[in-house]
Write a protein that binds this ligand. Structure first.
Ligand code: ATP
Ligand code: LTN
Length: 342
């Protein structure tokens, strides 16, 4: 019903801070790489961003910057619907409806809620119900695939449970989506501390994250200071003590598209970790250079970005609004009758 033969893909990214190398490797690069083979929707999830306190002017600026950065990374409005979550009211409407079929215990178990709520003085209700809005995002497009980093796997599993529960209670409506997690690079670690995920929200710590808009100098400095270990072996490893080297090799592998064997072969004869860090830094700088250049041009044309957002929202609403109408009817809400004008 309404599904094309190609799998439908939906994913989202928050317009908070900038875009990190973790976001790029874990999610965006895969969105771009498979764009031609699928039916795609990519959403700037500004309503998710406000589950944590945001400065309104900053949020508005970050949102436009994110739109420019996604296009600079290669999302193509001719092949993907790229839009702002708050522009399509079906998302908030469906989230409320799904709140009313989701047991609160399911939400209290979410690890991201537990992690993020301990960092807040006052925990907002939206932070708890965040995954219900995410489920709404995915389900109202009947998406088959959700390409995300490792940290979002639990939320996609919850989405599946919510969809099954709705279908069980009211009848088959939703497609049960699959999380699509990359084999390599699903969890890029902080350069300053390879035991924690590279994250936008910890990005105020110097040397923690690389941002796609960083200058070559900043990138080089961050890699030079990357935490490794006291050994000297350059190989992939699950050993927590070698997490720093493993992270650098993972970044190199995903950016170059080489497999593990070829990556390790590239570093035979390297002069220690200093050499490794320099080569990974150079590889990242060269890969990000054209993205940064495109970004610099796109951000100077706000009217073009806004027009793209508007077109994206119209296309997204055309798909999701009829599905939300169907949800409401299935749940027993009375459809509004057209007015009888005489
Ligand atoms: P925060 O850390 O502040 O929660 P975030 O960096 O995770 O933010 P999001 O907008 O929530 O940013 O994530 C966008 C996408 O990037 C998601 O699919 C997420 O799984 C992925 N992602 C985020 N960080 C990483 C990382 N370190 N490695 C791989 N993928 C990541
Ligand atoms: N929760 C996700 C962002 C997000 C998302 C989505 C991802 C919101 N809605 C729908 C995939 C599908 C995050 O924090 N990265």
């Amino acid at each position: 019903m309404g599904q094309t033969a190609r799998p439908r893909v939906f994913s989202g990214i928050q317009p908070t801070s900038g875009v990190t190398l973790g976001n790029y490797i874990g999610a965006i690069k895969n969105w771009v790489d498979f764009q031609g083979q699928k039916d795609n929707l990519f959403c700037l999830v500004d309503l998710h961003a406000i589950t944590i306190k945001q400065d309104p002017a900053e949020l508005r600026a970050r949102t436009r910057e994110l739109m420019a950065m996604l296009l600079a990374c290669g999302l193509d409005p001719a092949r993907s619907i790229v839009f702002l979550q708050s522009h399509v009211r079906a998302h908030t409407e469906a989230a409320w409806l799904l709140n009313c079929v989701t047991p609160i215990g399911w939400l209290q178990k979410m690890t991201q809620f537990k992690d993020k709520s301990v960092k807040q003085e006052s925990v907002l209700t939206g932070l708890l119900t965040y995954p219900v809005l995410m489920a709404a995002d995915i389900l109202i497009y009947k998406a088959n695939e959700v390409p995300v980093g490792e940290d979002q796997k639990q939320h996609v599993e919850l989405t599946r449970n919510i969809a099954e529960r709705f279908n069980g209670l009211f009848g088959e409506l939703f497609v049960i989506p699959e999380p699509v997690i990359p084999k390599l690079g699903a969890r890029i670690m902080g350069l300053d501390d390879p035991s924690t995920k590279m994250s936008k929200s910890s990005a105020h710590k110097p040397g923690h994250a690389i941002f796609l808009s960083d200058s070559a100098d900043t990138i080089l400095r961050a890699f030079k200071r990357a935490v490794t270990d006291s050994g000297g072996e350059i190989r992939f490893s699950d050993d927590p003590l070698k997490a720093g080297v493993n992270n650098l090799l993972t970044i190199y592998a995903t950016i170059t598209g080489k497999d593990r064997v070829n990556v390790e072969a590239d570093f035979i004869g390297a002069r220690g970790y200093g050499d490794l860090k320099l080569r990974v830094a150079e590889t990242v700088i060269e890969a990000l250079r054209p993205i940064r250049e495109r970004y610099e041009a796109l951000i100077k044309e706000p009217a073009n970005l806004d027009a793209n957002m508007r077109r994206g929202a119209e296309a997204a609403a055309a798909i999701s609004e009829p599905i939300v109408r169907q949800m409401k009817e299935m749940m027993g809400l009375t459809p509004a009758q057209p007015s009888l004008s005489v």
